[in-house]
Design a protein around this ligand. Structure first.
Ligand code: GUN
Ligand code: ZN
Length: 453
């Protein structure tokens, strides 16, 4: 429990039951998208008081539900869609200024742009202003849940959690662990990095909607002792998340092989240290083999697919068919600043386009991803990958009330296209291909039950 002097604002107000009326996009248990016309979404405090924020109390046809709520305060959005807030499975909040920095590949990009940018987050004022901007951008793009890297500085974690808490957002982050092979200013020290991680878990994990993620950057920048300590913390604190990178780039993979000749594969290094489990999320997963994919599925570790980053840094292409056939948990991610955009439509479109590429040398045929599946991978599917299925990423009774209001005719092109689309798939495809933040008319973040005013 948090003492009152830790609250960011002094006045406590209790949220109330209210309704939103529009067409509604939701996913069924098989992950299929549906658009139900003229719905009522009723949100308010959880009657069982198990959830710390507003939840969906009811949703369904307006005509059927309205009599159950005769005095409901209803906001009507004619012609608009209510849809689940998006879930971004992997990003780096300190890398917004790094977006669009060209480089021959991942390793020089880290040295030349990323580490210098991250070094600045030792300054709490700097970190605070960037954290605030990042969260504003998430909301502007309709992203309501984000698993994000901070930097190696405790200040960067404090800044993101503090700002997210004031907004009532579901943000998962952690201090980057990197005690070798990175420059002064971002390198931490083994023992202190682990003590700091434990301190931050105790201070922030489970406060309101916040979650801690144990965050070894990637194998090359962590000593054996740091990876072992991270693994011990991951066992001790089973409800925290783990986030890292794996199998993104050929030079990175060769480096890991030289550091860990004992390991069968890059992914196996994380397994040796107890870092593969439910609630662990690995970005990229491009160069996994069948054994690795089985290991992901057996341990419950999830893949964060980063299509704009994979294309921009020339890393490669995620194999959707293999991920699916091995039953890996997976979802979409912006991976800014290797990724080029916080626009969720851009990420879905890049996933679609990169899956269309034939890779005969790797024995891979093109895959056609449906728009419903792409949207699921960025909402309910990503939530499932985070072990938050039924909590975020969908609009069904009991889900936390994070949702967006979409204007399907937000731009002249989309308005024209809306008239020729006959099926939901066609409408979703039009948005994925033509859409940007203008589609997101409003973003509603579930109000904490006891709202700091
Ligand atoms: N691998 C280790 N660090 C990073 C990072 O910041 N971005 C990406 N894309 N890959 C990484
Ligand atoms: Zn990343």
């Amino acid at each position: 429990m948090v003492s009152s002097d830790q609250l960011h604002h002094p006045t406590i107000k209790v949220s109330h039951v209210r309704g939103y009326r529009a067409d509604m996009l939701y996913f069924d248990d098989r992950g299929q998208a549906h658009l139900q016309s003229d719905c009522l979404l009723v949100v308010g405090p959880d009657p069982a008081q198990l959830v710390v924020c507003d939840v969906v109390l009811a949703c369904g046809a307006f005509s059927a539900l309205r009599p159950d709520y005769p005095h409901l305060d209803i906001t009507h959005y004619p012609g608009k869609w209510l849809a689940p807030g998006f879930v971004d499975l992997h990003s780096h909040y300190p890398q917004l200024d790094v977006i669009g920095s060209p480089s021959p590949g991942l390793l020089p990009w880290l040295e030349d742009y990323t580490f210098p940018a991250e070094a600045k987050f030792v300054d709490p004022t700097w970190a605070n202003s960037r954290a605030s901007f990042f969260l504003d951008e998430l909301c502007r793009h309709g992203v309501t849940t984000s698993l994000a890297f901070a930097t190696s500085h405790v200040t960067s974690v404090e800044a993101l959690f503090t700002n997210a808490r004031a907004r009532g957002m579901r943000i998962l982050t952690g201090k980057c662990l990197q005690d070798q092979h990175c420059p002064d200013g971002v390198r931490d020290t083994t023992e202190k990095s682990l003590l700091d991680t434990e301190m931050l878990i105790n201070r922030w994990h489970g406060i309101d909607r916040l979650g801690y993620a144990i965050t070894p950057r990637f194998v090359p920048t962590s000593s054996h002792a740091q990876l072992a300590g991270a693994g011990e913390l991951a066992t001790q604190y089973a409800s925290v998340w783990v986030q890292s990178h794996v199998a993104e780039n050929h030079d990175e993979i060769a480096w890991v092989a030289s550091q860990h000749p004992e390991a069968r594969s890059y992914l196996e290094v994380y397994n040796q240290y107890g870092l593969l489990r439910k609630r662990s999320v690995y970005a990229h997963c491009i160069y996994l083999d069948a054994q690795d994919r089985d290991l992901m599925a057996q341990t419950g570790a999830a893949a964060a697919i980063c299509p704009t980053s994979n294309a921009f840094l020339g890393s490669g292409f995620f194999d959707f068919s293999a991920g699916k056939s091995h039953h890996m948990a997976m979802g979409l991610a912006s991976d800014v600043g290797g990724g080029t955009s916080m626009n969720v439509f851009r990420t879905m479109r890049a996933a679609y386009e990169t899956a269309r590429v034939d890779l005969p040398k790797q024995g891979r045929a093109a895959t056609t991803l449906s728009p419903s599946y792409l949207w699921w991978l960025h909402t309910a599917g990503a939530a499932q990958a985070l072990d938050l299925a039924g909590v975020v990423g969908n609009l069904q009774p009991g889900c936390e009330a994070d949702f967006v209001v979409i204007n399907p005719k937000a731009t002249p092109m989309l308005a024209r296209k809306a008239h020729v689309c006959e099926t939901l798939d066609e409408q979703l495809f039009a948005m994925i291909v033509l859409g940007d933040d203008r589609l997101i008319e409003q973003t509603h973040v579930a109000l904490p039950t006891m709202l700091a005013d």
